[in-house]
Design a protein around this ligand. Structure first.
Ligand code: ADP
Ligand code: MG
Length: 271
């Protein structure tokens, strides 16, 4: 369309299935997943353990290839990892011998970004993630929450179109986790990035997301896709409101039903 510049960061997962071979048997991890994420959306994917959340993220990250279907980012097929998608894994992926600032700079070194621009961007994202005073520390000197801040800054510094997070706060205590939830929402508001995050924590998903997608199990597929109708500038106090609690309860029931059905199939020997 003439005169219309589409916003960057449109992710389109269409008809995606993924099979794995496990001890000679085919395991269908995902089946017929359709998920379109518009620029600037914050989509949280929740589901019971084994519903294919990590597989979905690995496919979008380009670390794995779909068995069926296509994944595009801004209409270009995803066919491997790329700097247009920044991945924040669960924990423990920092380079132990690199300082905080050199961990954050790593992707820019790979991309051969010149030193002045590298320093400018590293400074900005260290400040954004509250790490400026820790720039010369080594990962082992940091708390779990601080280490995940580094992982977030490291993913953002390459200025990806889409930020991908796989249960990034799963290993943190409740208070630190909430600090990180506030941080990631602030980062999202400041940068306007498209965010796709998977979590088993429904409360986290409702607090963070503009949309929550629930995956069903065996095989993983979209069971629900709901818009979060809460104020855009929410803070932690929203978690106590009736609207929040009602949405949380209905989504938790859905995830619980999937988990129970999966357990029943395992007990019956179907899986
Ligand atoms: P989740 O992240 O929701 O817990 P996963 O995406 O890790 O789920 O796994 C979904 C299903 O795919 C599970 O049944 C799991 O055992 C299977 N699976 C995932 N990765 C592999 C793999 N590399 N090889 C074989 N099976 C796998
Ligand atoms: Mg997982």
């Amino acid at each position: 369309m003439v005169g219309v510049t589409p916003l960057a960061g449109t992710l389109d997962v269409r008809g995606v299935s993924k099979d794995f071979q496990e001890r000679g048997r085919k395991v269908r991890a995902l089946e017929g997943v359709d998920l379109r994420v518009e620029p600037g959306e914050f989509v949280c994917v929740v589901g019971a353990s084994g519903s294919g959340k990590s597989t979905l993220l690995a496919l979008v990250a380009g670390l794995q290839t779909p068995t069926e279907g296509t994944i595009t980012l801004d209409d270009l097929p995803v066919d491997g990892p790329g700097p247009d998608r920044g991945l924040v894994p669960q924990a423990g992926t920092l380079y132990p011998w690199r300082t905080v600032e050199r961990n954050v700079a790593f992707g820019l070194e790979l991309l051969k970004v010149d030193a002045a621009e590298r320093a400018r961007r590293v400074d900005w994202y260290l400040a954004e993630t509250g790490l400026s005073d820790l720039r010369t520390a080594l990962p082992r000197q940091l708390s779990g929450g601080q280490q995940q801040r580094v992982a977030i800054a490291r993913a953002l510094v390459c200025e990806p179109e889409v930020l991908l997070l796989d249960e990034p706060f799963g290993a943190l205590d409740v208070q630190t986790k909430e600090d990180m939830q506030v941080l990631i929402r602030q980062v999202w508001q400041d940068t306007g990035k498209t965010v796709l995050m998977v979590t088993h924590d429904v409360e986290e998903a409702v607090f963070l997301g503009t949309r929550v997608v629930v995956l069903a199990c065996d095989p993983g597929r979209v069971a629900a896709d709901v818009t979060v109708d809460l104020p855009a500038d929410r803070d932690l106090s929203v978690k106590r409101t009736p609207e929040f609690l009602a949405m949380r309860a209905s989504l938790e029931d859905l995830v619980r039903a999937q988990h129970n059905a999966h357990n029943a199939r395992v007990t019956a020997g179907d899986r």
